[in-house]
Design a protein around this ligand. Structure first.
Ligand SMILES: [Zn+2]
Length: 204
């Protein structure tokens, strides 16, 4: 089986165009890769997000308040889910503080996506998502889904996906958030060139 490699200028979900690389061995695979490229962030936005995540200050102790009550399952399961949720909150605390302070549309979207996660009160989500471990790339996938917009409960999402949870639990939450993202965040994101990675991280 021959694999074809090529790169082509591709308009991404953030509104920027960059060169995406494709490696495929069938026309079906080619379509999948092209769809994936269209619905993902450009390389500059991805770099900006990863660098903001990697350079976030270490978390201080997180305030004990601000999380909604959990529901579902036994008291024991709720306590377990709450521990997972609080360790997740601790994990993202430094990054979250940084993104809420910024006017940058990409990081504002990251902040909205994190807020959406901490609105989840179903203990089952937290217990399931412990296995799916959380990292910046999981956040990125959810941000890309919100930018894509026009989501429906039939959209397939990965285990532990925040957007996937809300699509199943209460589609209207995603519907109104995606509208906000497309009205308020997307035009700013597409209009501004994304901020370059800090000089220290540039290799060229
Ligand atoms: Zn971009």
């Amino acid at each position: 089986m021959t694999t074809t490699h090529f790169s082509a200028p591709t308009r991404r979900v953030c509104g920027h165009t960059d060169n995406a690389s494709f490696h495929y061995h069938s026309s079906k695979a080619r379509q999948d890769e092209e769809r994936y490229a269209r619905y993902s962030l450009c390389s500059d936005c991805s770099k900006q997000l990863r660098s903001a995540w990697a350079s976030a200050p270490a978390a201080q102790a997180v305030a004990e308040s601000g999380l909604p009550d959990l529901w579902g399952g036994s008291a024991k399961q709720q306590a377990w889910a709450d521990r997972i949720r609080r360790s997740r909150q601790q994990l993202v605390a430094g990054f979250h503080v940084r993104v809420v302070e910024t006017q940058d549309p990409l990081l504002e979207l990251a902040s909205l996506t994190l807020d959406l996660m901490f609105r989840i009160q179903d203990q089952g989500f937290w217990i399931t998502s412990e296995k799916a471990s959380f990292h910046v790339d999981a956040l990125k996938v959810d941000m890309e889904l919100l930018l894509k917009g026009r989501l429906s409960p039939l959209d397939r999402t990965m285990a532990g996906s925040v957007v996937g949870y809300w699509l199943q639990a209460d589609w209207s939450v995603i519907n109104s958030l995606a509208r906000d993202v497309s009205d308020r965040i997307k035009p700013r994101l597409a209009g501004e060139p994304s901020v370059a990675a800090p000089a220290l991280m540039q290799t060229a």
